[in-house]
Design a protein around this ligand. Structure first.
Ligand SMILES: Cc1ncc(COP(=O)(O)O)c(C=O)c1O
Length: 343
């Protein structure tokens, strides 16, 4: 990849900063399968404390933390309520079926955010014909919803339904820090509501690898066993955990810059005749649709001439993701380029 590429494909493309590399270089490590890696223990304790939860488990990816979370709460033949656009359903390789033997009740919603009433209507009655509803899972921010943030009041209403029906509540918080920053929310409020939370360190926060599953001590004890079965027991992974801890301690506030960049570019896109619609922009993602006479391929080739890369979310649906490694100059080049596209 050329040095001056403006890479909007994902916030996972970032490379560790010098300071982060420094933290990694000097990490104290040990064998984490024996629970003896001080850097991993420090990261897990820090994250659990941040959310006011009892414990945390460092895992290789957000897919792994989600899948372990789902496995913790379900039995084969049971059912998970989630959104039709959710990452756990769409992009984890059928992991709910593969790892947990569970089925899904998909809710079709506005930008990936359903209501407590939708959940009520999705719970199966206790009848031998139906899968046993065992888990409710939401995603915040919603990737396929253009980085949309859930309404906190709705989350509380869903929690009340979960409590009424004795259902655990899992949060795919791959980009939860974006929501916390955008809405000025406290992680502890989330820790109080959800039974398990998955957070990612390698997206907007800029670490090279890693996610954490947060939950009760009992759940995390069991999660460690599941992680081992999935082949995810790591040894001297403290070098990676040190990057994660650095990210949590230094990079959360920086997300506001990504959000400002996304809003600035969204403002420009709104004025372009070749943009049919754009989802409301709340965080670091923009999803927009190009008009039929300006298909995706045209935009791709025009932007590629300026070394600008992006990903697609469907027919003429474009996703731009803003992240730590984009400079002010990159944003100016992008803005200029979008303003000067001639169809
Ligand atoms: C909303 C959401 N959840 C989970 C994941 C999975 O994370 P990973 O790529 O680390 O497996 C992603 C990845 O992009 C995501 O966007």
């Amino acid at each position: 990849m050329q040095a001056n590429t403006i890479d909007l494909r994902s916030d996972t493309v970032t490379k560790p900063s010098e300071e982060m590399r420094e933290a990694m270089m000097h990490a104290e490590v040990g064998d984490d399968v024996f629970g003896e890696d001080p850097s991993i223990n420090a990261l897990q304790d820090y994250a659990a404390h941040l959310f006011g939860m009892e414990a945390a488990l460092f895992c290789s990816s957000g897919t792994q933390t989600n899948q372990i979370g789902i496995k913790l709460h379900t039995q084969p033949g049971s059912e998970v309520i989630c959104d039709a656009r959710s990452h756990v359903y769409l992009y984890e390789g059928g992991g709910i079926a593969f790892n947990s033997g569970a089925s899904v009740k998909l809710i079709q919603s506005e930008r990936g955010m359903f209501t407590a009433n939708d959940v009520l209507n999705s719970i199966n009655e206790d009848n031998v014909h139906f899968p046993n509803t065992q888990l409710v899972c939401i995603e915040n921010t919603v990737n396929k919803g253009g980085g949309a943030c859930w309404d906190w009041e709705e989350i509380l209403k869903i929690k009340a339904v979960c409590q009424q029906y004795n259902l655990p509540f899992h949060l795919d918080g791959a980009r939860l820090f974006n929501a916390l920053v955008a809405k000025n929310q406290n992680p502890r409020d989330y820790g109080n509501v959800f039974d398990t939370i998955s957070i990612c360190l390698s997206k907007g926060l800029g670490a090279p690898v890693g996610s954490l599953l947060l939950g009760s001590a009992k759940h995390i004890y069991q999660a460690k066993r599941i992680r081992k079965v999935m082949g995810g027991g790591m040894r001297q992974a403290g070098f990676l955990a040190a990057a994660g801890l650095f990210a949590l301690q230094n990079n959360i506030d920086k997300l506001a810059t990504d959000h400002a960049h996304a809003k600035h570019i969204a403002g420009i896109l709104k004025e372009q005749s070749w943009v049919e619609f754009i989802y409301p922009v709340e965080t670091n993602l923009i999803i927009f649709k190009t008009t039929d006479d300006f298909p995706l391929e045209k935009l791709t080739s025009k932007l590629l001439k300026n070394n600008i890369k992006f990903s697609s979310m469907g027919k003429n649906l474009v996703r731009f993701v803003f992240h730590l490694n984009l400079t002010q100059t990159d944003i100016s080049i992008l803005a200029d380029c979008l303003q000067n596209i001639d169809k």
